[in-house]
Design a binder for this molecule. Structure first.
Ligand SMILES: NC(=O)c1ccc[n+]([C@@H]2O[C@H](COP(=O)([O-])OP(=O)(O)OC[C@H]3O[C@@H](n4cnc5c(N)ncnc54)[C@H](OP(=O)(O)O)[C@@H]3O)[C@@H](O)[C@H]2O)c1
Length: 251
């Protein structure tokens, strides 16, 4: 049974993946949808005309990794596609506000993504693909979203690492680096209305990001950055001094 595992499938970009996948990957026979809220997952499952299993798991919690490990051992899926999409980002300086928020970004974007990938890889056959949702925030540190941008730098670097490790096994990994998208993320993160940069930046359409990411992954691309504007930003971040880039990219 060819399976797609999608974290953060209940909202935003995750739902757009669910809409795009049946056409982009018709070979997938079953979908495993993961996020915290069962009702939202069941609602999202209606978007997919194939069999879905929903797994309400909080990916910041160690006990969720044990549960996922047991589900994998029980069902032994052939994971054709893993999409690590769950993520959160909060605006605010380190040392101010709620510690729980800073730690939540590390636990979900970094620890959760690493754990899900580690547990799923043994079930990914030759020809399988991994898509990790990173961000333009991975290109250079963003003050006021320091922890978020650091976690996303990890996601992009981690993707390069596993792409190399998995090359001989015929498995690809793709880091997807979108700019801002108008999803719950920017409301939950306290970003909407509180960041001039976010108001000025061109937004990415989540439906286009999902389709572009699936196409880039099918080509075996290691990094996919939607929109010419952000491709240029990525290039600039590689050649310009970090401190200079940070002035322009302060959130
Ligand atoms: N929106 C942007 O501006 C933007 C820009 C660049 C990159 N991104 C990245 O894109 C990805 C998708 O974000 P989005 O914009 O679609 O945000 P979103 O609409 O807020 O969706 C986030 C998803 O993650 C799930 N999630 C949150 N906390 C979780 C947890 N502890 N355990 C498991 N799942 C959890 C949510 O479901 P539950 O709440 O039910 O758990 C939801 O399905 C994220 O990795 C984000 O960092 C977003």
């Amino acid at each position: 049974m060819k399976v797609a595992v999608i974290t953060g499938a209940s909202a935003g970009l995750g739902k757009e993946f669910l809409k795009a996948l049946p056409e982009a990957c018709p070979e997938i026979e079953e979908y495993w949808l993961i996020s915290r809220n069962r009702e939202k997952l069941l609602d999202a499952a209606r978007l997919v005309p194939k069999q879905c299993r929903v797994f309400p798991l909080d990916l910041t919690k160690d006990e969720s990794y044990g549960k996922l490990s047991r589900y994998l051992a029980e069902f032994k899926p052939e994971i054709s596609l893993l999409i690590n999409n769950s993520g959160c980002g909060f605006l605010g300086d380190v040392g101010e506000g709620d510690l729980a928020r800073q730690v939540q970004m590390v636990d979900l974007n970094l620890k959760g993504l690493t754990a899900v990938t580690h547990l799923c890889i043994p079930y990914i056959p030759r020809g399988g693909r991994i898509i990790n949702i990173s961000s333009i925030a991975s290109f250079c540190p963003n003050a006021r979203m320091t922890v978020y941008s650091a976690t996303k730098s990890y996601v992009t670097a981690f993707t390069f690492g596993i792409a190399e490790e998995l090359r001989a096994k015929g498995i690809t990994a793709t880091a997807v680096c979108p700019g801002p998208m108008d999803t719950d993320f920017i409301v939950a993160g306290g970003i909407k209305g509180n960041s001039k940069t976010f108001e000025l930046l061109p937004y990415c359409d989540p439906a286009a990001v999902a389709k572009g990411a699936l196409a880039a992954s099918a080509r075996g691309q290691t990094v996919y950055t939607p929109r010419v504007f952000y491709k240029f930003y990525r290039l600039l971040a590689k050649i310009a001094p970090t401190k200079l880039m940070m002035k322009a990219s302060r959130t």
